[in-house]
Write a protein that binds this ligand. Structure first.
Ligand code: FAD
Length: 373
């Protein structure tokens, strides 16, 4: 009884975060006070944190959600890929595009909701492809597909099962010779998506990928999620599935979801308000650690705090969890992996573990999930 009351309180608040930003993409957001609970940053005492989102009207679909569940819900034998292919994409519609980051974030990241009309169902951890319009001048044929990790659960943020949320960072090109951005070399698809308007049509492919699925057959699972930047997308999905919706998966979950996110500074944090609600309502089932490379605090060697430094702080706990069967996930720019691997190698050496054998074992057991780009 107590548990479900807490759960529903969390749900109401989480629903308030369906729209994480308030201004159209391209405009800077007014600075706002963020209540954070992290070991990396001096914190507001957690008990005094109040969700800041509006407690707006209840959305359709609040309450029990199971109309898109497999039977039993953890059975992944029916996970589909490539329902829509590049040659015959699904025409979706943009529902909303919202800037997610504050004025001091380097670059722009947008939360983009797309209506797929229920025709492109997906599982948490999968990606969509987007076909930007236009001709690739290098190949003299239409631009190819770009993949984007899905940031909503299968129900979509509106819980209709008909929408998908993407978390897209505008790719820009900084010219070292001029010391300025060169708009002629900006990324095609990311800028197309971030500049799109509600009602615009968008060509979608997918869903794709099975590497990042959640092993829900074990409700006591420990998920260790390591993200940089937009790599947060699949983990926002996981956390929403575990703590933000009244699905059988969420109701049965008794394990731990531990997120490490690396971004430049506080203004670059993504979905933080939503995560704070989950932390508040599930303090025994969730952990959250941020590494803010341009803001500090510094790592133990006095250098910038990168994601691998933050994970290293908890190396004993992470290794202990992996030894007990935890699944570890990585998502974000591929440049994050060498630092992670070096750090893990160093920890293994200190513990007298053969790193290659250790990693091989994790991979063989299906505990190691990497999707970097
Ligand atoms: P492109 O047009 O493909 O350009 C790529 C880069 O080249 C850009 O930085 C551009 O500025 C630069 N460039 C262009 N012309 C030149 C030139 N002449 N000289 C030098 N540089 C040049 N991205 C996300 O934002 N969010 C996600 O959730 C996400 N998930 C992904 C999941 C997977 C599995 C994969 C594989 C990728 C994912 N990506 C994600 C990356 C995404 O697919 C695109 O690669 C990204 O958006 C850039 O595409 P673009 O079309 O904007 O850039």
């Amino acid at each position: 009884m107590v548990r479900s009351a807490v759960f529903l309180a969390g749900l109401g608040a989480a629903s308030a975060f369906v729209a994480p930003g308030v201004l159209p993409a391209g405009s800077a957001r007014a600075p706002q006070l963020r209540a954070t609970r992290m070991s990396a940053i001096p914190t507001v005492p957690f008990d005094s944190v109040t969700p800041t989102g509006p407690s707006g009207p209840t959305l359709p679909g609040d309450g029990d959600l199971d109309f898109l569940e497999a039977k039993p819900y953890w059975d992944q034998s029916g996970v589909t890929v490539n329902i829509a292919k590049q040659k015959d994409p699904l025409i979706g519609k943009i529902v909303s595009v919202q800037r997610m980051v504050g004025p001091n974030a380097p670059g722009e990241t947008c939360n983009i909701v797309v209506d797929h009309g229920g025709k492109l169902p997906y599982w948490e951890g999968q990606s969509y492809g987007v076909l930007p319009p236009g001709i690739d001048p290098k190949k003299n044929k239409p631009y190819g597909v770009r993949l984007y990790s899905i940031a909503s659960t299968r129900y979509g943020d509106d819980k209709t099962g008909k929408t998908t949320t993407l978390c897209v960072r505008r790719a820009t090109y900084w010219d070292p010779e001029t010391g300025k951005d060169d708009p002629a070399k900006k990324g095609v698809c990311s800028n197309y998506l971030c500049d799109s308007k509600p009602g615009d049509e968008v060509k979608l492919t997918g869903p794709s990928g099975k590497v990042m699925l959640m092993p829900e057959d074990d409700p006591n699972m420990t998920y260790i999620m390591v993200a940089t930047g937009t790599g947060i997308a699949p983990f926002r999905t996981f956390l929403r599935r575990l703590f933000g919706e009244a699905t059988p998966a969420a109701k049965n979950f008794k394990g731990l979801a531990w997120l490490f996110l690396g971004v430049a500074n506080k203004d670059s944090l993504l979905y933080d308000e939503e995560f704070q609600v989950y932390l508040r309502t599930n303090p025994d089932k969730m952990r959250l650690d941020y590494a803010l490379s341009r803001e500090g605090p510094l790592n133990k060697k006095g250098g910038k705090m990168y994601i691998q430094d933050k994970v290293e702080e908890y190396a004993d706990e992470v290794f202990d969890a992996l030894d007990k069967g935890a699944h570890m996930y990585f998502c974000g720019l591929k440049g994050m992996m060498p630092g992670i691997q070096d750090m893990l190698q160093g920890v293994c050496k200190a513990k007298g573990i053969n790193f290659d054998e250790y990693l091989e074992k994790l991979k063989k057991n299906g505990q190691w999930h990497v999707e970097v780009y």
